[in-house]
Design a protein around this ligand. Sequence first.
Ligand code: HEM
Length: 559
Amino acid sequence: MTILSKDSVSPLVTAACALSFVAIATSSFRKWMRTKKPYAFIPGPEPSSAVGYLLDLHSTEALPWHFNIPEEFGHVARLKGGLVGADALYITDPAALNAILIRQQAWFPESTEFAGLFGIIHCGDGVASVQGREHKKQRKYMDALFTASRVSKLTPMFYQVTRQLQAKITNALAGKPPGQVLDMLDYLTRAALEIIGTAGIGHTFNSFDDKSEAFDEFHGAMTSVLPLASRLFLVLPFLDSWRKIQPVWLRRTLASIATFPWPAAKKFRSAVDTMHPVYVELYNARKKAMEEGGSAALAETAAGGKDLITSMIQANWDADEGDEMSEDVVLANMSSIVHGGQETTSSALARFLSIVAKDTDLQQRLRVELQEAKAKKAPSEDLDFNELERLPLLDAVVREMLRIYSPVTFVWRQTTKDVIVPLTYPIRSTITGEEVTELLIEQGTAVYLGLSSANRSTAIWGPDAAEFKPERWLKRTQVESKLPGAYSGMMTFLSGSKVCPGKIFAILEMKLVLSVLLLAFSFEPIPEPIDWRMGITLEPRVRGREKEGVQVPVRVTML
Ligand code: HEM
C-alpha cells in the first residue's frame, strides 16, 4: 500500500533528511566541541600568555582580574588552559556554589594540589588535607572546639593578650608627638599569633617582647611560608604524590636535592622545619603531663589547660578505639589551627585599621557605641562575648570588611566524576547564543570558586557592591544574598563541610581587638596608598615603597 505518491514524498523526505542531517551534525559538533574543549561555549578572559590562565589566576597583581570575572564574563567563566593545560572553570554562581560546596560536595574534593601543599606545611594529614570520612571524623573534634559557648570562654585570654598589645603601642608612643607612624600589621600579627598561641595551643611566643627569639623564628617562618608557597605553584601538582614517598629519609633527601638550586623552595622547606618542632614539643609536654598527672597537670600550660588543643588532646585521649586520631594527625591539626587563625585574622584587622584611619567620623561613631556599652558596666569590667556581639555598628563594620576584603580570594576544587550543576544566572553560549541553565562539569575539571569576586558581584549585592558601606548591614532586611556562604550569605568563610571552623573565634577576636584599640587610640592614614596584593592570603605594601616589604603604616595618637 502506498500512503503518499512518489511526487509528494520526495520534498518531505528531503526535508526530513536535511533536518536529521543538521540535527546529527549539530549534535556531533557539540559532542566534538565538548571532547576537545568542553567549555568552549562559555565566555571567559583571554589568558595573558600561551601558558594559559594559571599565571593570571595566581599573579600577585591578580585581584582586579578576579573581581572583574563575574562582571564581564558572568558567574561561570571559562579559563583557557593554553598550550599545555586543560580548560578550567571559575565559578561565582550561587546555585552552582551551593551544589559544589553542599549538595554535591562529595564529587568536588579540594584539589590535590592544595591538599598536598597543606599536608607539607602541616607535616601530616590534618583537616586541611583530607577528604570524606576521615575529614568528617577530624572535623567532629575540631567543630567541638569552636562552638559559640566554647569560644566565649576564651574571651578573658583574648583580653589579656590585647591589653599587652595596647601596652606595647602605648610604649611606642610615649613621649613622642601625636600621629606617630606605626606599622600596625606588625603589631596585629604579634597579637594574632599570641592569641592563637595562648587560646589555640596553650603556648606563649612572648610575641610582644622585642628580644623574643621564639617569636622571631616562628613568626618569620610562619609569615613567609604562604607567600613562598604561592611562588611554587608550578610544582603544586607534584606535592601530593611527593609527600607520600616512603621512607621519610628518602623523601627528605629528594627534597634537599630538588630544592637545592631554588631559593624560594629552600626557604619554604626551612620555614616548615622551624615550625614543626614547636608543635612536637608542645604535644609531647601535654602527653607527658597527662600520663603522669592526668588532666590536672595540664593547668601548667600558658592557658591553664583551657586552650583548644589541650581540649582536643583530652577528647582524643578519651575517644573510643578506632575513633581516635593518630599523634601525627593531632600535630597537623595544631598547625592547621595556628595557620588558619593567624594570617587571615591579622591581615583582616590591619585592613580594618587602614580603612577606619581614613574615616574619622566612622571611628568616632564606633567609639561612642563602645563607650555607651561600657558605661553600663563596672569600670573594671570588659565587654563580654555577647555584649560585643550585640553592638550594631561594630558588627556592621566587621561584616562589611569581611565581605568586601575577604582575606581568602579563591579556593580550588576538582571534579571526580561528571556532574550537572544548576545555575542561578544562565550562561549565554558564545557558539549558539542560547541560554544554558545547567552545566555539565566533566570529571577532572579544575574548578576555582571565586570567594572575593562572589562577595563583590553587582548582580548579587547591587550596583554598589564594590563600595565599603557598613550601613547595608544596619538595614538587615535589605541584604539578601543568594550565596550559600556560612556568614551573612558571603563566601569569606566558605560553607559546606570545609567551612572555616574558626569563624566565631575570628569574629570575636576582630571585634575585641578593635574595641580595645578604638577606645585607646585614634588613627589617621599615611599619604601614600597601600596596595593589597594577592598571595595565598593578601599582602599589603605601600605604593612606591614595595621593596620595604609587607606593612600597614598608620598614624596613631593616644586618646
Ligand atoms: C578572618 C579570618 C578567617 C578567614 C577569612 C578564614 C577563611 C577560611 C576559609 C575560606 C577556609 C576554607 C579553605 C579551603 O577549603 O580551602 C578556612 C578553613 C580553615 N580555617 Fe579559617 N578563616 C579565618 C580564621 C580562622 C581562625 C581564627 C581559625 C582557627 C582558630 C581558622 C581555622 C581554619 C581551619 C583549621 C580550616 C581548615 C578547615 C577544613 O579544611 O576542614 N580560620 N578558613
